[in-house]
Design a protein around this ligand. Structure first.
Ligand code: FAD
Length: 441
């Protein structure tokens, strides 16, 4: 055996909300080394979990079997400037991919809020951003290779193993080890971000107009208030521009927020006031800045949190948000941190994409963990999930939820097709873990 495994490694996700102690931990450098780990797992009847950036806010990446960390398989393999496509090893962090793309005059057309995540990881959980003419990140994939449980190397694309491709672009980590990913890029571009204050009523009454006005439109609602911050992000040719006060306000604001949220764990009534105050402090004025696209798409997430983020049919946005607001008003003891982040995504044809066959609205709720302290959230979580289910929602795969196979069978028209592909590629369930057992059994 060439690849060396480690015992006694502890894995924790970014938010430190889930962790595990894998029996063996591997960091392979080549396909052959990954193959060796799978052969050993087959021999010893062990389960295998591949981990990317470990940013999923659930136990989707946890295992007590073999863990494969892909951090050493992180090269850019090929850049085709003509087709604007890049082929990368699956463990590359987006943070390392951006400068390489930049060098070739290319960029990703859209991405989530952080770059310390891997190419295969963002596909595994159906990572998304916003933009009703943009799909989830998996829609940027034109080809992939994966190593199945029996050690077979599979290439897939629209024209090669098309059925596997339709499943593997949102793979949940259960189809095999993703080795390479080819992404369709766009020419390098700058974005201008403009944010301005509004109200929940205004934004819900004029949703279509906002969606038409800005390519990457989203809004933040401050629960327990009427306040909304609207954010437009659009292509610009203006030179990069950021305001010093912007940085200063956010840096100071967020340290103060963590302290106040910690105080509110003793005085929950304070949360309403905090939501009003921080809207006034940080979001009540119009602001603009422009930068290279990936710098505008991402932001520095300052402290740990619990989140839920379901995709609902776009036309249910108003009904769902008003229901959430009414629930909070009817239950004054229920506490909700800001913001509720509302984003929009184009429908696609990927079997387990939460946007399968429908344009969607993602509604992300958040409860921070000030100085690592959990704030009671179960009532809020349950009320949110009940509303999301009622309006036909599908949970984000990376974020903790209470759904099981029965729910997914109802939510996803292609669920049984995905299951059949999974069972064919991994008949013994080598790539399952506790999270995935709830999904498939
Ligand atoms: C601060 C923060 C901000 C975020 N913002 C957003 C956002 O804006 N939008 C959004 O949708 N999500 C967001 N997320 C969630 C994040 O994008 C997803 O959790 C994403 O999957 C993380 O990528 P990762 O590389 O860390 O994957 P991991 O968490 O390591 O793994 C995710 C899944 O992919 C599998 N996997 C990883 N690599 C491989 C491989 N090579 N082969 C097979 N399976 C593999 C794992 O087994 C697991 O099932 C955010 C998370 C955090 C912590």
């Amino acid at each position: 055996m060439v690849v060396h495994g480690y015992k006694g490694v502890t894995f924790q996700n970014w938010a430190r909300t889930y962790g595990c102690c894998p029996e063996m931990y591997y960091q392979p450098r080549s396909v052959e080394e990954v193959r060796e780990v799978l052969a050993l797992a087959r021999q010893q009847n062990k389960r295998v979990k591949v981990v990317g950036g470990g940013h999923s806010p659930s136990d989707i990446a946890c295992t007590d079997g073999f863990m494969i960390h892909m951090g050493k398989m992180n090269r850019v393999l090929q850049v085709d400037t003509e087709k604007k496509q890049v082929t990368v090893e699956a463990g590359i962090l987006l943070a390392d991919l951006h400068p390489q793309l930049d060098k070739h005059g290319l960029a990703l057309s859209n991405m989530g809020a952080v770059s310390d995540v891997t190419a295969a990881g963002v596909l595994g959980s159906a990572t998304h951003n916003t933009g009703i003419k943009h799909g989830i990140m998996a829609t940027q994939v034109v080809a992939m290779t994966l190593l199945a449980a029996d050690g077979t190397l599979l290439e897939c694309s629209e024209s090669n193993n098309a059925e596997v491709f339709q499943a593997a672009r949102v793979h949940l980590g259960c189809l095999g080890v993703i080795l390479t990913v080819t992404l369709q890029c766009v020419p390098r571009f700058h974005l201008q971000e403009t944010s301005f204050p509004s109200t929940l009523r205004e934004v819900l009454d004029n949703l279509d107009s906002h969606l038409n006005k800005s390519e990457y439109f989203r809004f933040l609602w401050f629960p327990h208030t009427e306040n909304v911050s609207i954010i437009y992000q659009d292509h610009t040719t203006k030179p990069p521009m950021s305001s010093a006060s912007w940085f200063w306000d956010y840096a100071v604001g967020f340290y103060l927020l963590e302290f106040l949220l910690w105080i509110s764990t003793f005085l929950p009534g304070l949360v309403q006031w905090i939501n009003h105050f921080f809207f006034w402090l940080l979001f009540s004025r119009r602001r603009e800045h422009s930068q290279l696209s990936h710098k505008v798409f991402t932001y520095e997430c300052r402290f740990k949190q619990h989140v839920q983020d379901w995709a609902i049919p776009r036309e249910k946005t108003k009904e769902a948000l008003l229901a959430l607001k009414a629930t909070l008003e009817a239950n004054p003891k229920m506490v909700a941190h800001f913001p509720v982040e509302v984003r929009f995504t184009q429908g696609d044809d990927i079997l387990l994409s939460p946007c399968f066959q429908r344009d969607s609205c993602y509604m992300n709720i958040i409860m921070y963990r000030p100085y690592g302290k959990d704030v009671p959230r179960l009532d809020y979580w349950l009320a949110y999930e009940t509303i999301m289910k009622r309006v036909g929602g599908r949970p984000h795969w990376a974020k903790a939820h209470n759904c099981t196979r029965k729910d997914f069978e109802k939510m996803y028209p292609g669920f049984s097709k995905f299951c059949a592909i999974r069972e064919k590629l991994d008949p013994s369930g080598m790539f399952l873990n506790a999270y995935l057992e709830k999904v498939f059994y």
